[in-house]
Design a protein. Structure first.
Length: 344
C-alpha cells in the first residue's frame, strides 16, 4: 500500500524548521514506525526519531500524529492509507525538541525522580525472614499504575504542564500513587505531604487528556484522584483543591446539589469571596448563578443522603473507595449494555 506522511523536521542546533511530505510503499500490516523506518531507509537518512522494542513495551517511540500523542509502533497505517489521508507527524508536546521527532526527556526524568520512585519499606521486616504477604485487594489499588512504561504521552498532552511547567505531571503522579498505595511502603504520609505542595496534585485541571492518550491503560488522572482521596483520608486537606472536594461532598449530601455559590467562601475564605463580589454579581445578573438563599434543595434529597450513608457505612476510604467506585460504574455499564441487548 502507498502511505503518505507529512513530517515536521526541526533542528534545535540551527533553528531550521520545515514540514516535509514523504510517500512510501509499505506492507498492509505496517505501523507508523515501520513507515518512518522506510522513509529513513529509502528517502532521507537524516530523519531523527526514537525506537527500540517495536512492540509497545519500551516506551521510546512517542510522537504526535495529527496533533495527538501516540506510540508509533502501536498505530496501524492501513485505514489511514485506504482513506487517502496524509497525517502530520510531529514531536511530543511539553518537552523541548532536540531534532525532528526526538525530544529531550531530561525534564520528564527530573519529575519522575522527584517522587522517589522506589519502595521505602523502612526497617519493618516480615517475621522469620519471610516475604511480605499482601492481599490482592490491596494490590488492585495500584494495579493500573504499575503498568506505566514511561513513554511520556500523557505528559505531552497535559494542559496543566503547558501552563505551569513545574507541575509534577501525570506520569510522575501515577508513579507516586504506585508507592503511596503500596502497603509495604513506610513513607506514605511524607509522600502525600510533598505531593500536596505547590505544583502538586491539586494543580491538575481534570481535562482527562492523559487518560485518553495513555497507551497502557494507566489512567494517570485516576491515579491523581486516588492521591487526593488518600490525602483527605489522612487529614491532609489544607489545599484549596481538597477543600473544594470536601465541600462538594457536603453540599451533595445536604441538598442533593452542588451549591457553587457557596464554593468560593467555603474553599477560598470570606475575604477572597468579598473581593470577588463584583464578579459574582455580574454572573447573577446574567442568570449564570442561582441566588444563594434560600438554598436550593433537590426534591429527592433523601436519596443523596441515603447514598452518602451507604458509602460511609461500608467504610472504604481513600484510593480503595475510588477503585470500588470504578468497579461499580463498570458493572452499571455492563448491566445497561445487557439491557439494551435484551431490548433489541
Ligand atoms: S487530567 Fe490533569 S494530569 Fe491529566 S492531562 Fe489533564 S491536567 Fe494533566
Ligand atoms: S502513564 Fe501512560 S502515557 Fe504516561 S508515561 Fe505511563 S504509560 Fe506513558
Ligand atoms: S518502539 Fe518500544 S514502545 Fe514503540
Amino acid at each position: 500500500m502507498q502511505v503518505a506522511l507529512k513530517i515536521w523536521r526541526y533542528d534545535a542546533a540551527t533553528g531550521d524548521k520545515a514540514l516535509r511530505e514523504y510517500e512510501v510503499d509499505a506492507p498492509e500490516e505496517a505501523t507508523l514506525l515501520d513507515c518512518l523506518d522506510l522513509v529513513k531507509d529509502r528517502h532521507d537518512g537524516s530523519l531523527a526519531y526514537r525506537k527500540s522494542c517495536r512492540m509497545m513495551i519500551c516506551g521510546s517511540c512517542g510522537m504526535r500524529m495529527d496533533g495527538a500523542a501516540v506510540l508509533a509502533c502501536k498505530v496501524r497505517m492501513y485505514d489511514v492509507a485506504q482513506e487517502g489521508r496524509v497525517p502530520v507527524i510531529s514531536a511530543m508536546g511539553n518537552l523541548p525538541i532536540v531534532k525532528d521527532l526526538v525530544v529531550d526527556m531530561d525534564p520528564f526524568w527530573d519529575k519522575f525522580r522527584s517522587v522517589d520512585p522506589y519502595l521505602q519499606p523502612g526497617y519493618q521486616e516480615p517475621p522469620d525472614g519471610r516475604e511480605h504477604l499482601i492481599r490482592q485487594e490491596r494490590m488492585n489499588v495500584i494495579h493500573k499504575e504499575a503498568l506505566c512504561i514511561n513513554c511520556g504521552l500523557c505528559v505531552s498532552e497535559c494542559n496543566s504542564m503547558e501552563s505551569d511547567p513545574r507541575f509534577v505531571g501525570p506520569q510522575a503522579l501515577a508513579k507516586a500513587m504506585r508507592f503511596v498505595g503500596d502497603p509495604r511502603d513506610g513513607q506514605k504520609l511524607a509522600r502525600l505531604e510533598k505531593l500536596n505542595g505547590e505544583h502538586g496534585i491539586w494543580q491538575c485541571t481534570r481535562c482527562y487528556f492523559c487518560n485518553e492518550r495513555c497507551p497502557k491503560g494507566v489512567d494517570p488522572r485516576d491515579a491523581i484522584a486516588k492521591l487526593g482521596a488518600e490525602s483527605i483520608a489522612e487529614g491532609i486537606d489544607r489545599d484549596m483543591g481538597a477543600k473544594h472536594a470536601n465541600w462538594f461532598v457536603h453540599s451533595a449530601k445536604t441538598t442533593g446539589w452542588l451549591r457553587e455559590t457557596e464554593l468560593v467562601p467555603k474553599t477560598q475564605g470570606v475575604v477572597s469571596a468579598l473581593q470577588q463580589t463584583k464578579f459574582a454579581l455580574s454572573l447573577a445578573k446574567r442568570g449564570k448563578v442561582p441566588p444563594p438563599f434560600p438554598p436550593h434543595v433537590a426534591e429527592n434529597v433523601q436519596e443523596a443522603r441515603a447514598l452518602y450513608e451507604v458509602v460511609k457505612a461500608r467504610g472504604v476510604k481513600g484510593a480503595a473507595g475510588i477503585v470500588q467506585g470504578e468497579r461499580a460504574l463498570s458493572r452499571i455499564e455492563h448491566t445497561n449494555h445487557d439491557q439494551e441487548k435484551t431490548e433489541e
